[in-house]
Design a protein around this ligand. Structure first.
Ligand code: GDP
Ligand code: MG
Length: 444
């Protein structure tokens, strides 16, 4: 899938020191193939790869300490831009209108409109304290209106009583009236789909929108249908005034391409993602998180951002050189500890990197937490420069002096020395594995 493909490309980049323009171009060729295989439409792929290549070669990426990571970050930023609005934050329902605010669902048959209607209504009731009313305008499919009534009972949300033989536009009018009488905040209109987009469907949607003046018109598309979903989006766009997209079946083995293309094709934000058949299986579509998932790297990008703010390039370079020689003294450890503090302490690091969870558990076991970072800094500060460069000098007498000087116990000094030894050993191993720079020292 897309994550794996891109993951492989970026692992290759990340594992390298300096990158050439040629390296970037080759990586982008692979990104292009990965996107095409994930069913992202060709114009979108082109635009994406061009933008990323320009940025990666234009900025000082090639000269930076961690060029591979910088390229990954540029790709990530571009993904976020392509998946979401300018700020990359999730966009919820727009409820800023005179109640009852009308939310209309449109899409093909089987795309998940009815299920999504009930999911949204439940979410509005439970999470936002709203009073929603749901109405099914689907007179095409047998028992479609009953389906919504059943879901309404499960979600504990009122549904418009069914009157047999009424046409969609009349049901819409009745639903508006009923919502007003009940003082409902939000009216959700579930509409009929077709197997294919046709004129009759579009005419029906326009007529319903005409009488209900919806604040939101959400296009519901099945993310598993890939390129088809893109075609459906294209057909609806321009015919009805879409305000957003809901991608259903994101729980399935989606190749991820639909999400990328959808925003480009409709020009509208993807607002929600359906992640299962149950009524609580819906999430606000979060461009940042989805980009991270596509890149298959958790929150590495925000970590790199933070590190770039705090870790000075020269420091990292100096450390990398020392590591390469197999030297890592207590001055270096002190610098690392300071960086850990600046980056938000152990807890934050653990939250961002899967690998750090284990490291944190190990540190906690050895009695290390954020307070300990401060103690350790004091301990190293109480040593002489000679001792810091050569910890072997620290005999029992000197340890006692250092403990007294830093307001700690000899056993704390021992713990720190042991940790330094372990880190040195880990670094030698990293060096053997090809050498991560700077950051690697923290996470090895
Ligand atoms: P409609 O014809 O557009 O109204 O589609 P329905 O809401 O009736 O959904 C069709 C089928 O898709 C039902 O069996 C739903 O349970 C299922 N479904 C809807 N959304 C999701 C989703 O996000 N994930 C999964 N796995 N199934 C879904
Ligand atoms: Mg339906």
């Amino acid at each position: 899938n897309l994550s794996d493909r891109l993951g492989n490309v970026f692992d290759k980049l990340r594992g390298r020191g300096a990158l050439s323009e040629q390296d970037v171009r080759e990586a982008m060729r692979e990104v292009r193939i990965a996107l095409l295989e994930a069913d992202v439409s060709l114009p979108v792929v082109r635009r994406f790869v061009d933008a990323v290549t320009d940025k990666a070669i234009g900025q000082d990426v090639l000269k930076s300490v961690t060029p591979g990571q910088q390229v990954v970050k540029i790709v990530n930023d571009e993904l976020v831009a392509m998946l979401g609005g300018a700020d990359g934050e999730p966009e919820g329902l727009n409820l800023a209108a005179k109640p009852p605010v009308v939310v209309m669902m449109v899409g093909l048959q089987g795309s998940g409109k009815t299920t999504t209607t009930a999911k949204l209504a439940r979410m509005l009731r439970m999470k936002q304290g709203k009073k929603p009313l749901m109405a099914s305008l689907d007179v095409n499919r047998p028992a479609a209106q009953e389906q919504l009534a059943v879901l309404g009972q499960q979600a504990e949300v009122a549904t418009l009583p069914i009157i047999a033989g009424q046409q969609p536009v009349d049901i819409a009018r009745r639903a508006m009236e009923s919502a007003r009488l009940q003082n409902a905040d939000v009216l959700l209109l579930d509409t009929a789909g077709r197997l294919h987009v046709d004129e009759a469907l579009m005419a029906e949607m326009k007529a319903i929108a005409g009488v209900s003046t919806p604040t939101e018109v959400l296009l519901v598309v099945d993310s598993l249908t890939g390129q088809d979903a893109v075609n459906v989006a294209q057909s609806f766009t321009g015919e009805v005034p879409l305000t957003g997209v809901v991608l259903t079946r994101m729980d399935g083995d989606a190749r991820g391409g639909a999400a990328l293309s959808m925003r480009h094709v409709t020009g509208k934000p993807i607002k929600f993602a359906g992640t299962g058949e149950k009524l609580d299986a819906i999430e606000a579509f979060d461009p940042k998180r989805v980009a991270g998932r596509i890149l298959g790297m958790g929150d590495v990008v925000s970590l790199v951002e933070r590190a770039a703010e705090t870790v000075k390039a020269e420091d990292a370079e100096r450390l990398a050189k020392k590591m390469a020689k197999g030297q890592f003294d207590l001055d270096d450890l002190r610098m690392q500890l300071k960086q850990m503090q600046q980056m938000g302490g152990l807890g934050m690091l653990a939250g961002m990197l899967p690998g750090m969870k284990k490291a944190k558990a190990a540190m906690a076991q050895s009695g290390m937490d954020d307070k300990v970072l401060v103690h350790m800094d004091a301990i190293i500060g109480s040593m002489t420069a000679k001792e810091r460069r050569n910890p072997a000098l620290l005999n029992a007498k000197r340890k006692k002096r250092v403990a007294a000087g830093s307001g700690t116990q000899v056993q704390d000094v021992n713990k720190l020395l042991k940790m330094h030894q372990e880190m040195s050993r880990a670094m030698k191993q990293i060096k053997k594995m090809g050498g991560l720079k700077g950051l690697g020292a923290l996470f090895g």
